[in-house]
Design a protein around this ligand. Structure first.
Ligand SMILES: [Zn+2]
Length: 205
């Protein structure tokens, strides 16, 4: 899959990425599907405790419901990205509502001080030709990931094991979610270990 994405990155003029800047020992944590009224705040507390910055790919409807969490993310030095308005699957081949959806969430995020064109991560990481076309037309950068934590289907202990087994490379983008407790529970264990190993955690630029 990563080969396909790398090819896509080249074809799109690096507009579709799976990795962040390969700054030495720097890893990029990303959290999708929030903000969440129950799980986002404890995660922000944990990141703050370890001086880790991250990127949150936000669902527009949740941003409208919990704006104070978005303000807190930005205040604490995290980055925010566009993860669609309602997390619906987009049509695979026919040009559909992708462009309008992207614009709507970008405008929403702008009100919090995000840059005009936020990083975009399509729901389910699914880039249809129509989505790609909408992004290229807008000169929007699409950020996927290089390492999926599987926190949406594994128990926290299994996520810890899965990520411990991988030698993290500089520029690694890790996919996690903040609409459930698994990421928090796994990172409570992993962040101290990773920091001890000399890794740094930055927000995507
Ligand atoms: Zn998602």
């Amino acid at each position: 899959m990563e080969t396909l994405w790398s090819a896509l990155a080249l074809l799109s003029g690096q507009r579709v990425c799976t990795r962040g800047d390969p700054v030495r020992q720097t890893v990029y944590l990303t959290f999708d599907d929030g903000p969440d009224p129950e799980h986002t705040a404890p995660l922000l507390d944990l990141l703050a405790k370890h001086g880790a910055k991250a990127t949150f790919f936000l669902v527009g409807r949740a941003v409208q419901a919990w704006p104070e969490l978005v303000q807190r993310m930005l205040f604490e030095g995290h980055a925010i990205g566009n993860h669609s308005m309602a997390h619906r699957r987009m049509s695979a081949w026919r040009p559909g509502p992708e462009g309008d959806d992207i614009d709507q969430v970008d405008q929403l995020l702008c009100r919090f001080g995000a840059r005009h064109r936020a990083l975009y991560r399509p729901p389910h990481g699914r880039i249809s030709p129509a989505t790609l076309w909408a992004c290229l037309k807008r000169r929007q950068r699409v950020m996927l990931w290089s390492l999926d934590s599987h926190d949406y289907k594994l128990a926290a202990g299994e996520v810890v094991q899965r990520l411990r087994d991988r030698r993290l490379r500089s520029g690694e983008v890790i996919l996690m979610h903040d609409d459930q407790p698994c990421a928090f529970e796994a990172l409570e264990v992993l962040l101290p270990e990773w920091k001890h190993a000399g890794l740094r955690f930055a927000a995507l630029a």
